[in-house]
Design a protein around this ligand. Sequence first.
Ligand code: ATP
Ligand code: MG
Length: 376
Amino acid sequence: MKDKTVTLIHYGELSLKGRNRSLFEIRLQENIEKMAGGRVLRQRGRFVMEGGNPELLSRVFGISWYASAFVVDKDYESIRKAVLKKAGEIIEGKADFGVNANRSDKSFPVRSMELASRIGSEVAARFGLPVNLKNPALRINIEIADRVYIYFDRVEGLRGFPTGVSGRVLSLLSGGIDSPVSSFLMMKRGCRVDFIHFHVFSTNDKVFGSKMENLARILDSYQGQSRLHLVPYYPFEMALLGAGDVKGHELILFRRFMARVACKVAAAERCQALVTGDSLGQVASQTMENITLFKNAASLPVFQPVIAFDKQEIVDYAKKIGTYQVSIADYKDCCSIVSSGPRTKAHLRRVEELEKAMNVESVLDQTMKLITVYEL
Ligand code: ATP
Ligand code: MG
């Protein structure tokens, strides 16, 4: 048989049962085909991918682990030859090894235990290495199923739920560290995440080429086909200037404005909730009172996945998912413009008066007309 390599993809024990389980599997299968490009066959609680780019599987939610596997003929001699050849290519420098065998095709004449021990003796004799079954430097796995698969290293997947199984949400994406992490965490939970960003540029196009584009693209690499809604901030800014003494309320007014715009966009895009990167108490605008004022302005549920995270925990996460370096680059964010000494406890009555004074409904209408959406 000619050398053939496939990728085994495991999605682990699913907590979902019945109909949900097969919806989960079908969605995962489609997502893998879309993102990694291979042909994916469903097989006894796992997938086998032919072709495609296995490296991209590290960005697909719902996978617990995957491994590159060699397909060999279903007889002892072919297995022995293939293991010795393939192990020989990577065994240098390894202190010890172990063999796992697994026989789901019971018609194969050699039992798992016996197969593992016979192959183990062959490898030990050929390479002069000791066996270590507990924690070997090289693990040799042999699976006897529809075909025989031999593989070595497993690559850990992202886990979580496949993109799309939990519905669709709209994430308020700033240029900071927190909101990209929040977006990622909602994706991990199976949501398809759209993005909305408020910017200080004169036109929406100018956001492209800025770090916002990079951030959106990194996040997009985990789900594909993301939609980025761009909203200019200047109508709000103008209205704020005409609203009289707003001192200390700028940020809370702006945040409530963002909530209103985002809810309208979400409704049009059939997103069922908003997502923000708020972390309780991290800054003045994120006190319990101010977060409540934000939620009061939203007509949809607001998810805040990092609400209880320390800054350092969020930073660690951002590094892991690849957004940190982009997030810390310079950028003129509207929040940094409006946030000179914000109140930690704004009052709803006062806030509503100011919203009236700035004619928030008409600013909202004006802004809605200026939004454009980009498909990444
Ligand atoms: P981040 O690191 O995500 O910017 P932060 O700790 O700096 O968060 P704020 O700047 O107060 O906090 O923003 C709180 C949340 O409001 C952000 O996490 C984000 O979800 C949303 N947000 C802030 N600015 C914008 C913006 N320009 N466009 C869209 N959403 C924004
Ligand atoms: Mg910010």
